[in-house]
Design a protein around this ligand. Structure first.
Ligand SMILES: [Fe+2]
Ligand SMILES: [Fe+2]
Length: 309
């Protein structure tokens, strides 16, 4: 009953998202020519030290710092989830899986750098990191299918945010250049590899019944939606409370940022619902034209960094 309802909602949203997609492009699976290759770029993360680096907005800064704090341990779990199935993969998917792991490893390195600049004597960073570690350690005990399930659900969330970050560059107005570039680079590579873990899941579940595969996807997404939204709200609020904001105001401000204005989560609701369509694939939301423009831009950045070294 619940699955049927979710599937109906998703079909309605899917019609709308197809209308909004790039004209003439109807990629139904991962684009064949898409390479998943890491760009080893270093960013000046010290530009975030001791200030509201998201254009002076303390709420936006708290939300982005909370996201960044979840990335290192989260992305290590994603890498391990895909690595667990390497022996099941071959050809292009194996190459993409290697690219996925290499990209996430460099993302982790750069976000560790960003997080290291947060003032641990002022913010409850140790408490937040211990909370994240505890949750992810528990997830790892649930086995490799659950780890991969969590990974594909969270990759859907990161792909939705990444699309927003690339499609709306005004998001970065007033943000120090290297910090904006860090999030744009991360968003670009998240878009590039948005279907890799999903394709691994499709491969390892190819002999399952369709209802079993769909049921697992839906259950894990519902659980991860509650966990991710509540954790980001909680961690962002903890950072704002440390800055002196009252707890109720901190929570309301964060929820306003996520679901009101600018609506970091609200803006992607159509893409979110698409997940619940039985035939969903991440590349049904085809943002390859936007991706290409950002790839060209970072191609230049990498060659300039190499020339300077
Ligand atoms: Fe990443
Ligand atoms: Fe990712």
């Amino acid at each position: 009953m619940v699955l049927t309802f979710l599937s109906l909602c998703a079909r309605v949203c899917h019609k709308k998202s197809i209308v909004n997609s790039t004209p003439g492009v109807k990629t139904m699976q991962t684009p064949i020519g898409l390479a998943v290759s890491p760009r080893d770029i270093h960013f000046a993360t010290d530009q975030a030290h001791g200030r509201a680096w998201m254009a002076g907005d303390p709420v936006a800064t708290a939300v982005f710092n909370a996201l960044s704090l979840t990335f290192p341990d989260g992305e290590r779990l994603f890498m391990d989830a895909v690595r667990n199935y390497r022996s099941n993969l071959s050809g292009k998917l194996l190459e993409d899986a290697k690219g996925f792991i290499a990209q996430e490893a460099i993302h982790t390195r750069e976000h560790v750098g960003l997080n290291a600049g947060l003032d641990r004597s002022h913010y409850p960073i140790d408490e937040i990191e211990a909370d994240i570690k505890g949750r992810l350690t528990f997830l790892r005990t649930r086995g490799r299918v659950a780890m991969l399930g969590v990974t594909i659900a969270m990759e859907h969330f990161t792909a939705m945010m990444a699309d927003l970050f690339l499609e709306e560059p005004q998001f970065w107005d007033g943000v120090p250049e290297d910090l904006a570039r860090l999030w744009q680079w991360h968003a670009m590579e998240e878009t590039e590899h948005k279907a890799v873990a999903f394709d691994v899941f499709q491969e390892i579940s190819k002999n399952w019944k369709p209802s079993q595969r769909y049921g697992l996807r839906v259950r894990i997404m519902l659980i991860m939606t509650v966990m991710f939204v509540s954790n980001i709200t909680k961690f962002s609020s903890m950072l704002l409370i440390a800055d002196g904001m009252k707890p109720w105001k901190a929570r309301l401000s964060v929820l306003g940022y996520l679901f009101g204005k600018p609506g970091l989560f609200r803006k992607s609701w159509k893409a979110y619902w698409d997940w619940f369509r039985p035939g969903f694939h991440p590349w049904h939301q085809d943002n390859s034209a936007t991706l290409k423009a950002w790839q060209d831009r970072f191609e230049v950045a990498v060659s300039q960094q190499v020339a300077a070294e």
